[in-house]
Design a protein around this ligand. Sequence first.
Ligand SMILES: [Zn+2]
Length: 259
Amino acid sequence: MKTLIITLVTLASQFGHSWTLNSQYPDQRGWAQRPLVFHVNRTNCPADLDVFLDQAVELWNSVPGSSLKVEIGSDTTNTIGQLWAGSATDVPMIACDPNFSATASVDGNSIPGVGFLRGSSLNPVTNGGLLLNVESGADANINQLSDTLVAVVVAHEIGHVLGIGHTSDKSALMYYDATAKQNLALSQDDRDAVSFLYPRDEISNLDLIGGCGAIQSLARGSGPGAPPWGGNSLGLIGGLYLAYWVFRQLRRRERLPVL
Ligand SMILES: [Zn+2]
């Protein structure tokens, strides 16, 4: 009996001891859109694709430390050729490719999908999406895989489209080998990655910091009854005098005879 090894690929990632960016550009910080709406070209896709897409969306939206909001939007007629060339307009886009091996230049017998980003050094994320393997006769055609494995593959490739590369953490969804995955879940490493790329909006905390600053400036002597030169100036003068006094003491000691 043939043992199928499912390998998940990323086209451009930096390897490290934990999560990495799916980009050759170190400034890549994910997509700017909120919510981030994926569009699906359903040609050649399995009828139950939405089950897996919904699971993946729910998973990536479940990280408390992240502002990420992913949605599945309207279908698109943009083609796989346009997506791969970077000219698709309904992006990020999801498509099922019957010519998967040739399109992505990968082994369709071991690789069930690819998730990728296109961009430049000035704008690291301008385009991207995921292609799922529906190649006839290919061992890693998603129609040949278990539901659990397809769920893992779809969520993993969406992770790549979000901007996350592979990790060395074997418990993570973004580990490159999905063969041993028993269930669909995020590890702390996956959560750290998505929280870095899509951090929570902390505007309310910024307001609080502004309020503290205002109170501090009052305490420093700009309020009524404070000396006209302010508390900070007084402290500076005191500090200079102290330094002068210490200097004088040292000079005096130097004049003492050595016995
Ligand atoms: Zn991968």
